[in-house]
Write a protein that binds this ligand. Sequence first.
Ligand SMILES: Nc1nc2c(c(=O)[nH]1)N[C@H]1C(S)=C(S)[C@@H](COP(=O)(O)OP(=O)(O)OC[C@H]3O[C@@H](n4cnc5c(=O)[nH]c(N)nc54)[C@H](O)[C@@H]3O)O[C@H]1N2
Ligand SMILES: Nc1nc2c(c(=O)[nH]1)N[C@H]1C(S)=C(S)[C@@H](COP(=O)(O)OP(=O)(O)OC[C@H]3O[C@@H](n4cnc5c(=O)[nH]c(N)nc54)[C@H](O)[C@@H]3O)O[C@H]1N2
Ligand SMILES: [Mo]
Length: 671
Amino acid sequence: MPKIRTACPMDCYSHCGLVAQVEDGKIIQIDGDVNHPLNKGLICQKGRVKHLQRIYSPQRITTPLRKTSAGWQSISWSAAYDIIAEKLTPLVKLYGPTTILHHDNCGSEGILKSLSRRFFSALGGCTRPQGSICWGSGYQAQVYDFGRLQLHSWEDVLNSRLIILWGRDPASTNIHMLSLLQQAKKQGAKIIVINPVEVASCRLADWHIAPRPGSDGALALAVANEIIKNDWINQDYIDKHVFGYPAYRELVAQYPAEKVSAITGIPVEQICTLAREYGTTSPASIFFGYGLQRYTNGGQTVRAIDALAAITGNIGIPGGGANYAGGHWKGMLADITGSELSPEVRRLPWPTLAEAMLKANDPPIKAIFVTRSNPLTQLPDTSRVKEAFSQSELTVVVDFFLNDTAQMADLVLPCTTFLEGEDVVYSSWNHYMTYQHQVVSPVGQCRSDHHIFAGLAQHMGLPGFPNLSDSQWLEQALAPLAQYGVTLDKLKEGPVRHPLAPDVPWHDGNFATPSGKFELYSQLAEADGVNPLPDYVEPAESPLRNPGLAQNYPLHLITVHHPDYLHSQFWNLSDAGQSRQPVYLHPDTAAVYGIEDNAPVIVATSRGQITCQAKLSPKVRPDTALLYEGHWLSHGNGVNLLTGQYRPDMGLGTPYYDCLCRVTPKAGLKK
Ligand SMILES: Nc1nc2c(c(=O)[nH]1)N[C@H]1C(S)=C(S)[C@@H](COP(=O)(O)OP(=O)(O)OC[C@H]3O[C@@H](n4cnc5c(=O)[nH]c(N)nc54)[C@H](O)[C@@H]3O)O[C@H]1N2
Ligand SMILES: Nc1nc2c(c(=O)[nH]1)N[C@H]1C(S)=C(S)[C@@H](COP(=O)(O)OP(=O)(O)OC[C@H]3O[C@@H](n4cnc5c(=O)[nH]c(N)nc54)[C@H](O)[C@@H]3O)O[C@H]1N2
Ligand SMILES: [Mo]
């Protein structure tokens, strides 16, 4: 029975090596690849079960579909291309190509996936979102501090004596880190979790600290204050490699533990203990999650935490680091998106995309193409997103299922999963690049994103999208790596580690900032009109900043990632995914509002409401409600009906968790 090696393409910390078993042209089993250096055989339920359920799901779209008054009608590819060409050509003639919004994210990763962009380059341009719905604020923060982003090798955590999981829950989102953490612990390392929720990773931790959502920046400044007061700084490292220490020292002097205790809800002695642990244990590493930067103050939060690593000299040493993400492969591949073909790209801010789309008039958004993303479910403020999409005259969605965004489309085009074609995946979260062999032929009439857009370009007679095979495009993209021995043939033999990324970044003390040092005072931020120092500002929807709003909506709402799903993917494949979703509340909070365990409740914000099922749990702070993100509007759910559109302090990240809510019993509904 053939066993074929591939890799999971999900937007996740590890692109796990997989081995698929094929019988009579059908996949019958997927296992972890024991020879892959990242996952070493271990895979999650998504990899083992859900990919298989998805590829052969009866719900899967297997032909192009056109919306008619009588419902969805199955049509041929050439009919679909005709409809697009007939509608798109006059729109582009009248308004120019930037009347088209191309909404593309990371539903599946892969070098060939970027070819959808080539279609719009060949057309003369388009409008794209700017920033990120994922990690934008923290990303920019590390650019300001370090100049660019680099990660320690995963195994380097074994050199740490203290490990802080700051807003990250690897037990939910990064299971391959767990065995490394266990091993580090066995060797004597201490683990601290900082998270408003007692998350699953706390099982591994020696200590859990639960700050009020959005207040980590203040916590980091108070910790710095204690470290400086007690002279636990690394003066030699500061003298040689850190820029702006005097100004930073003045800033942190304004954040004594007593003051910050009132902001964060963390007792003074805990703040002092955290400072002592981090200030006196070396080497110490910090692993960021993305939750703590999903606030309007999120960029400065990450900067305030980076600063702790800098003043204690925990940068550039084995077992140290402030690990956010890496950008190692970036800029090392040849661009195959055709950006040289069209200078005309308009940018609209991603965190406030709905508002920006509605306001756009030069030109207005008259056509929308959606690839590898599900904006109706995943962008903040769904009601406004729906309004913005309603104004489009031609909406084309490329996906596997009739999801929430597809419901808004005129045409839905069926694409293949990674199991039905070849590609190469790499990540910003680890150092490996892996080839995905084609496992089976496409189901039904499904086509890869590449073939869909190349076909459309040909149909419309657009030059600039040559008819190359998958391998030829991959070879073109990989060409600059040949000098390091990384070629398509080499990748076909097995995963390749990045040839240049060091195990311990910044060990030479040369940073990519204007001063060449780590910048506590960021000159780039200053030039961007952003506070060069990581001062603390209350989040937009905080009871301290906005007591009026908090009177009606007293609880913080965080909408986090589910261990068994990836954003909106896979929810349609199980009954549990399609039922009313749990909202987790502290028992004391539930008592205040007269809410019983398992009772139906309404979760409301100033933007909308959804019905959930209360789950009482002492693991959540009493001032916080927790919901998972990703579930579908069409199943009666959809957390982003609740979230708001805010611009963050930097990097155009999306502050989903900067959100106050109210939870009340829903009368007349049974448990
Ligand atoms: N199973 C699974 N894995 C995934 C994903 C998925 O959807 N499912 N998504 C992938 C993607 S795209 C991403 S970006 C990553 C995200 O990976 P993580 O960052 O680990 O996970 P998130 O759920 O985004 O982060 C939310 C965490 O931050 C905490 N948090 C919320 N607010 C605060 C705060 O103010 N301070 C602190 N200290 N903590 C806070 C939450 O309680 C939660 O534990 O995971 C990737 N891996
Ligand atoms: N409230 C709240 N909202 C959030 C977050 C949160 O924590 N809270 N997290 C945010 C984060 S970190 C992220 S990264 C975003 C994710 O936002 P999205 O990227 O929009 O999320 P997905 O649900 O992964 O959507 C991917 C879609 O692409 C499809 N797809 C998968 N593979 C392919 C492919 O190869 N080709 C094509 N054409 N389609 C494909 C899937 O079926 C799915 O419909 O969500 C953000 N939204
Ligand atoms: Mo993300």
